[in-house]
Design a protein around this ligand. Sequence first.
Ligand SMILES: *Cc1c(COP(=O)(O)O)cnc(C)c1O
Length: 412
Amino acid sequence: MSDSSLHPDTIAVHSGRADLAELGVHALPIDLSTTNPLPDVERGGDSYEAMATGGRPPADGSMVYARLWNPTVARFEDALAEMEHAEAAVAFSSGMAAMTAVILAQTASTGRRHVVGARPLYGGTDHLLGSGLLGVETTYCHASEVRSAMRHDTGLVVVETPANPTLELVDIEEIVTAAGGVPVVVDNTFATPVLQNPLDHGAAMSLHSATKYLGGHGDVIAGVVACSEETAEALRRVRAVTGGLLHPLGAYLLHRGLTTLPVRMRQQQENARQIVQWLIDRPEVDEVFFPGLDGDPQGILQRQMRGTGAMIAMRLSGGYAAASAVASTVTLFTHAVSLGGVDSLIQHPAALTHRPVPADARPDADVLRLSIGLENAADLIADLEQAFQAPAVQNPSHLVAAGSEAAQLWSI
Ligand SMILES: *Cc1c(COP(=O)(O)O)cnc(C)c1O
């Protein structure tokens, strides 16, 4: 049960463990059963019915089948819900499975098949909304244009803040007002519940790619949505029917990972702050993207977040050639997609994470995204400094021809 008098650090360590003492264990158990004994035909049938329509297993019933319910997954969901100040949470096999369930639950099952997508969005989300695969029609717009994008048949508004990869902040309350009662889902992957709780600002759902900060160790793919119990029922129904389940081993690792999330987040953010301080004075860098670096003119960071997070984007003065050289010259950073783990990653959004986004909405080709980990900040800075010595970074002019040819691939 949630106790809101406790500090979030304490909640992160103790949440989702209410039944452990009764079970006589201290560490989280992993329940792997795919099927479960039924007390009798009638109670078995009633349990099935309850969960297939999105409910929880009845007290005198059975969990029936692991596509309907799993206690290890449910404990992680309870923990995440508490951290997000939500009644419930529903976990999925990936962030995209979570987003798919959100879209299906709010559109196909309500008959309102129009979605408003406030760009920039994660490339996969942008692509999913525009793909036609889920039978929705999407209007993309800037966050400031949501009100005029709304239609009588709009079933869902999708936003992301801080946005990927520009770290632009979106005012959640403003979007909720513009949506006028239509549910708003906020992709909270970059901020995590440690830094931002979208439901406190009126959002109906807070979605995470749990693959990133929640797991934090780069070894679990998962997604989770925090919301009201009523919305959770709709999402569980989609999950039970479509089968985008989180495996209990993944749920166990995520639940264990939540305990260190506040500490990881604070240290990764402090490392990021030091790296940003260094980057802004470097001639090799034209522009640094980091929440609050613009002075937070609308006060969104101040109002909505408890910190900046640990994601940075930077625009290289030497253009695409310099960006691609830095990505392949770093040694401590790993050149790889994904983010939010204990080790630092660097990647080229236009070529990779945002490749499915239409050219006119794709990030610029001279931008790199950095996910800052738990290494020592001075070591990370030294790695960037040595990468900046690459010829393409220091003297890009003789490489302009080759660089611009490759850059055309990313439509710049
Ligand atoms: C990675 C990511 C997703 C997709 O999550 P998967 O777990 O890879 O399916 C969605 N949104 C954001 C912001 C992400 O970074």
